[in-house]
Design a protein around this ligand. Structure first.
Ligand SMILES: [Cu+2]
Length: 512
């Protein structure tokens, strides 16, 4: 159906197809569509005690902010005006996206009401929108959570009324077909229904929501991206982000607090598909209301699981200054797809709680770092050789280069401990291999030294050394010895041909 067929100018033409189409959009049988735009029931007749309640306009806020805590101790009639807008905005550096929003940003405006309130809800779809939208608030008790009652064409406004029966933090989202696409374009937000007794006061409150974006391009691919339904069905989003964009809570957009303050985060997941393992690096949640039911808090939680279309409320006191990183602890989402935010805490240090780095000492572990760099380089060279073989038979020099890299890994895992990473050895203990006349004078002897070890006095560059080199024949393969000697013979200024596995084999088999 074309959006313009929702014109209100000719209601009779519009009535039947719209009812059928709405049923189709919600994938419901026709008889289940109790109401639609065509069969608006007219304003509800409220009982006098409800009419007597004070009326107030809800304050709506954009993330990461939340409206002020509710002070009143009685129910009210709260009027909510939420506007749907389709806007082009930044998803990441150089990457734009057409977001469908509640209030102009992702996630949608935060709504805050009190348990027992009567809410008069207006959904206004901006005339510039291309599509009809609606809203399903998980805080609503009633069919579709308000979806059928709020199905609204561009340039139209829908109204319905509900009573907030259950306290809690609830997700709202668009439920117009295809629903995953509307949510996937950013149509979700949170509504907080404060319990009658209120929530304990805290110093800072923030609003964070996670959602994923299924862009046609890969992560970081520049330009205006479109929604890819295939990736959505496969649940392979290039982006998983907090508050609608990569970097929305980073740098000068980070949320903040001061040492000693109590922080509360209203955290929700719009999805449309992924569950979040919400975690703050370097903090422990003193209190979590799991699944955002506000009655039974859990204490001392590291990571809380928040389902798609669900929420959690986390609270913690910040004890020390620094930058604390908000992540989905499914970590490639944080480090490769954008689900990373920052909480910057300022104030005095407390070195008893957290000392900061006390000592920095060298620790090489089993393998010097150069060894693993070398492994990377080896992989690159392997790929290069394959490409070279296809186009050019002159591959011998590349083979040697690769042997050097492989040999470097052996060296950096074994020989470096004595002969040192720079091959210069240690005076009086280990002879140098860099520029060693002893080494370079006799290739067979070099192989024998590594295979069988070496004891007794030898003269290297005019210096007598009388120590012991452990045999490697049980440790290294012929190929590894050929590689490490090729490396030694082609490093630190040394020059020589490659060693082959057969060179080593023939010496290994001697003297047996
Ligand atoms: Cu929508």
């Amino acid at each position: 159906m074309q959006p313009n067929s929702f014109s209100m100018k000719n209601p009779t033409r519009y009535l039947l197809p719209a009812a059928l189409c709405l049923a189709a959009m919600l994938a419901l049988p026709v008889h289940a569509t109790a109401e639609g735009p065509a069969d608006a029931k007219g304003p509800v007749i409220l009982p006098t005690e409800v009419l007597a309640l004070p009326v107030e306009q809800a304050i709506l806020t954009a993330p990461p902010h939340v409206p002020p805590a509710i002070k009143r101790t009685y129910s009210a009639r709260v009027v909510v005006n939420l506007e749907v807008r389709e806007v082009v905005a930044k998803l990441a550096d150089g990457v734009e996206y057409t977001f469908w929003t509640y209030g102009g940003q992702v996630p949608g405006s935060f709504i805050r009401i009190r348990e027992g309130d009567i809410v008069e809800f207006h959904l206004n779809n901006h005339p510039s929108s291309k599509l009809p939208h609606n809203i399903d608030l998980h805080a609503v008790t009633g069919p579709g959570g308000g979806a059928a009652s709020t199905f609204t064409a561009p340039g139209h406004s829908s109204q319905f009324t509900f009573q907030a029966l259950n306290p809690g933090l609830y997700v709202y989202h668009c439920a117009t077909a295809p629903v995953p696409m509307h949510i996937g374009n950013g149509m979700y937000g949170l509504i907080l229904v404060e319990p009658k007794g209120g929530l304990p006061p805290v110093d800072k409150e923030y609003y964070v929501m996670q959602g994923e974006f299924y862009t046609s391009g890969r992560y970081g691919e520049e330009g205006l991206q479109s929604f890819d339904m295939g990736k959505a069905i496969d649940e392979r989003p290039p982006y998983v982000v907090f508050n609608g964009a990569v970097g929305s809570l980073v740098g000068d957009k980070a949320i903040t607090a001061n040492v000693g303050e109590h922080v509360r985060i209203y955290f929700g997941v719009g999805g449309p598909n992924l569950t979040s393992s919400f975690h703050i690096i370097g903090e422990i949640f003193d209190k979590v209301y799991p699944e955002a039911g506000l009655s039974l808090p859990n204490a001392n939680v590291q990571t809380t699981l928040v389902p798609s279309g669900g929420a959690a409320v986390v609270e913690f006191k910040v004890d020390v200054p620094g930058t604390f990183i908000l992540v989905d602890h499914s970590l490639t989402r944080a480090f490769n797809k954008g689900a990373l935010g920052m909480l910057k805490v300022s104030g005095p240090e407390n070195r008893v709680i957290y000392s900061g780095k006390e000592i920095d000492a060298v620790y090489l572990g089993a393998q010097a770092e150069e060894g693993s760099d070398s492994a990377k380089r080896e992989a690159e060279l392997k790929a290069k050789i394959l490409a070279e073989i296809r186009s050019n038979p002159a591959i011998t020099s590349l083979t040697k280069e690769m042997q050097v890299e492989k040999g470097k890994q052996v060296y950096m895992g074994l020989c470096f401990a004595c002969h040192q990473p720079d091959g210069k050895g240690l005076p009086g203990a280990f002879p140098p291999l860099a520029g060693s006349d002893y080494l370079l004078a006799d290739r067979e002897r070099a192989i024998r030294t590594v295979l069988k070890g070496q004891t007794g006095p030898i003269t290297v560059n005019g210096v007598i050394i009388n120590s012991a080199m452990p045999p490697q024949e049980a440790v290294l393969t012929d190929q590894q010895i050929a590689d490490v000697l090729t490396y030694v013979y082609n490093s630190w200024g040394n020059k020589g041909d490659a060693f082959t596995r057969d060179d080593v084999k023939s010496i290994r088999n001697q003297n047996h």
